[in-house]
Every structure is written in structure tokens, then in C-alpha cells.
Design a protein around this ligand. Structure first.
Ligand code: GRF
Length: 219
């Protein structure tokens, strides 16, 4: 960066195809972006996102969770990998593994996730089926700081989509993922640039990203 400020070193954690990861890698490749993707780590050796990261020239690492006796030993290895790569910020992108409270606390304010629902509605898995079962007319996605309670962290940004008559879980997922790929890079930029911060359990935004009418710029 021209300012000489060290870019934040980011690890993206994945378990699957990594489409959100790709959108984050593309965003971070822009000149002046406040962070660089230093590592992509998967808990599943077969995750399709690994090849996509390698194609983008990003170092990858596999920590196969099935080779660990328990969550604590997996998380200790994860911590060692992140420390070894000098990581400042952890970005979960389809990482389908519950993290221990100790690990999460160690990364408090420095770890974000995207969840495919308008939290606090529809935590956990099968969020699109949950939305259809509940009969909501709006659905969407949420970027939040990670806290020990699953899908419960302070919210950085959300995007909504309509639920249309005739939707099934697949058609709804396809509509939401378009917004995920737009929202996550924008929210990532805010957090990586220090313009959205976790303070006392709340997300605080820098004044330069708040428009005169109170709207958040760039989201
Ligand atoms: C996304 O819908 C994300 O919100 C959820 O898992 C999915 C991952 O998709 N946590 P991808 O691997 O980023 O394509």
C-alpha cells in the first residue's frame, strides 16, 4: 500500500467449493485493499476450494479433522497453522466445523463468518429450508463477528432477497449466494480496514463509512 501500512494477513477457512472464498480473493487482489490472503485452510482434503485457491496462487493447508482425537486438538493444530503463517484476521467461508470457545475467544474481534440467513433467524444448517418452512417473505445472508455461541455474533452487514412463490431450497440458495458474493467482500473490506470493529460486544463503524442519512456506505 502506498501509505506503507502493513496489509493485514488473512486466512480463509473453508470446507467445500469455496465460491465465497473466490469472491474474497478477487476483492483482495485490488490495489489498495487493506488485506492480503496469506493462507487458505480446509478441514476437508476433498474441498473443491483448495484447487481454486492454488490456481489463484494462494498457499493452502489441509488439516483433516478426522485425524484428530477431539475438537481441542484440532483447534490447537489450527492455531499453530495460523500463528505459523503470521495471520492477523480469520475469515470463515463455508467452514463447516464448530470451533472451541477457547479458540474463538483467542480470535475475538479478529474472526468473521458469513451465514446464509438473516440472523438471528435460522441459525445452524439447512437455512433455506428453514426459511421456506417458516413462510418468511424476506431471506438473505449475514456477515458477523464470530463468538462462541454458533451463528450468534455481532452483525457487520446483511443483504436481503425476496422469497418467491414456487421457491424451493435450491432456487432460494441460488438467489442468496449472489448476495453473499457481493456482501462478503464489502464487509471483509470494512473489517480488514478497521472501519468496522468489535467493541464491547457491538460492531462500531468509523464515521467515514456512515452517510449523512445514517446509511452505511459501500454496503
Ligand atoms: C455459503 O452459503 C455460506 O454462507 C455457508 O456455506 C456456503 C458455502 O459456500 N456458510 P461456498 O463454499 O462459499 O461456495
Amino acid at each position: 500500500m502506498s501509505s506503507g501500512v502493513r496489509k493485514k494477513r488473512v486466512a480463509i477457512l473453508i470446507s467445500g467449493r469455496g465460491s465465497n472464498m473466490v469472491s474474497l480473493i478477487e476483492a483482495a487482489s485490488a490495489p489498495g485493499f487493506p488485506a492480503e490472503i496469506a493462507l487458505v485452510l480446509s478441514n476437508r482434503p476433498e474441498a473443491g476450494g483448495l484447487a481454486r485457491a492454488q490456481a489463484a496462487g494462494i498457499p493452502t493447508c489441509v488439516l483433516d479433522h478426522t485425524g484428530f482425537a477431539d475438537r481441542a486438538s484440532f483447534d490447537a493444530a489450527l492455531q499453530a497453522a495460523l500463528t505459523g503463517a503470521d495471520i492477523d484476521l480469520v475469515v470463515l467461508a463455508g467452514f463447516m466445523r464448530i470451533l472451541t470457545p477457547g479458540f474463538v475467544e483467542a480470535w475475538a474481534g479478529r474472526m468473521i463468518n458469513i451465514h446464509p440467513s438473516l440472523l438471528p433467524l435460522f441459525r445452524g444448517t439447512h437455512t433455506h429450508a428453514q426459511a421456506l418452512a417458516a413462510g418468511v417473505r424476506l431471506h438473505g445472508c449475514t456477515v458477523h463477528f464470530v463468538v462462541p455461541e454458533l451463528d450468534a455474533g455481532p452483525i457487520v452487514a446483511q443483504a436481503a432477497v425476496p422469497v418467491r412463490p414456487g421457491d424451493d431450497a435450491d432456487s432460494l440458495a441460488a438467489r442468496v449466494i449472489v448476495q453473499e458474493h457481493r456482501l462478503y467482500p464489502a464487509a471483509f473490506a470494512l473489517v480488514a480496514g478497521g472501519r468496522a470493529r468489535l467493541e464491547n460486544g457491538r460492531v462500531v463503524f468509523s464515521s467515514e463509512v456512515i452517510a449523512p442519512d445514517g446509511a452505511l456506505l459501500s454496503l
